[in-house]
Design a protein around this ligand. Sequence first.
Ligand SMILES: CC(C)(COP(=O)(O)OP(=O)(O)OC[C@H]1O[C@@H](n2cnc3c(N)ncnc32)[C@H](O)[C@@H]1OP(=O)(O)O)[C@@H](O)C(=O)NCCC(=O)NCCS
Length: 207
Amino acid sequence: MSDKDVILIAYSGHAYVVAETILDNGLNIIGYSDTEEAKTNPYNLTYLGFEKENDFVGWSKEISFVLGIGDNNLRQKVANLIYTKGKLIQTIIHKTAHVSKTAIIESGTFISKNVMVNALVKVGRNTILNTGCIIEHECVLQDAVHIAPGAVLAGNVCVGERSFIGANAVIKQGVIIGRDVVIGAGSVIIANIPDGKKVVGNPGRII
Ligand SMILES: CC(C)(COP(=O)(O)OP(=O)(O)OC[C@H]1O[C@@H](n2cnc3c(N)ncnc32)[C@H](O)[C@@H]1OP(=O)(O)O)[C@@H](O)C(=O)NCCC(=O)NCCS
């Protein structure tokens, strides 16, 4: 195995974006895991089985993993399984993303095309910063967050574990978003949001 070899976890939807970025970055996907073999195979990848099986071939290889799961809960659960097997999850950053030298990005996080991560940002493990989102200075994102395409987090925003910020949403500076929150596409959030709430609109209202 070369240190450029990885196994992709999941192979549909979000995983296509991840697969393309891995290949653009010059890594080699030796195969993918999923519940079953995919009917659509745009990158001609080899099916390796399902990672939940104890005899999954990936567990016996000296190899690292990349997460292609979009759902925050599931992504975090599978990441924990990979850690318990003593394996590494790679951080993948597309070459067109701009990440400040002062930002801290933890393992397993995926940063897509044209993302901007500004000064002193902290991003936890297994998070997704999706296409073209903007994470301004000093934002703190906990583990397994997903910032959808085009969303803008102004300075000093905090986002709790597993929260989802919808496409093109805008979060005002200094706002604290709790854990397991869902912010609808295009919403404008101007006040703190407690854990577990779903919020839509401008200004954001809890539904
Ligand atoms: C917020 C969201 C999760 C709500 O989904 P849901 O629970 O199925 O909610 P519903 O579609 O039943 O809508 C409930 C109410 O919220 C409103 N609503 C839903 N999403 C909204 C949005 N993004 N902005 C404004 N209002 C919204 C609906 O009009 C409805 O209002 P009503 O009760 O007055 O009729 C979803 O609409 C959404 O925006 N998802 C994000 C999509 C996205 O960004 N995807 C990117 C993937 S990478």
